[in-house]
Design a protein around this ligand. Structure first.
Ligand SMILES: [Zn+2]
Ligand SMILES: [Zn+2]
Length: 131
């Protein structure tokens, strides 16, 4: 299940997707992107208008999976849990990347010893292996 966490880019709490969910959503994001390009070409719309016109399949699936209503499918691109780091021990926010050395939210340095025990070892290992 996706975890509702604070997204530092969106500055709100959003569902961050587990890898299984991400695998389902990612192709829909690509399809949405193509559909947006198509709408722009066919109707001669700007990006903003085309996005308003689009029935986003990614947003629809996200709502089914998480109950969260996302307006712009482009935001979902960075809502992948594996792209975030472990929880900050001080404030509980997720570190901005798996390799972040401190918490950008409260400035607490990452504790390497604690780090090994923090959640998401599988997702992070997989993501790192693919780089
Ligand atoms: Zn976000
Ligand atoms: Zn913190």
């Amino acid at each position: 299940m996706a975890k509702i966490r604070y997204c530092w880019r969106c500055r709100i709490d959003v569902p961050l997707l587990e890898e299984a969910e991400w695998l389902e959503i990612e192709p829909l994001l690509r399809a949405d992107y193509k559909a947006t390009q198509q709408i722009r070409a066919e109707k001669g719309l700007g990006l903003r208008e085309a996005l308003a016109d689009l029935q986003s399949r990614a947003c629809e699936r996200l709502r089914e999976l998480t109950g969260f209503t996302e307006q712009n499918f482009n935001a979902i691109w960075h809502h992948r849990l594996a792209e975030f780091g472990p929880e900050c021990q001080m404030c509980g926010h997720l570190l901005r990347t798996p390799r972040a050395s401190y918490c950008a939210q409260c400035g607490t340095p990452r504790d390497a010893a604690h780090d090994a025990a923090v959640a998401l070892p599988d997702a992070r290992t997989d993501a790192d292996a693919n780089r």
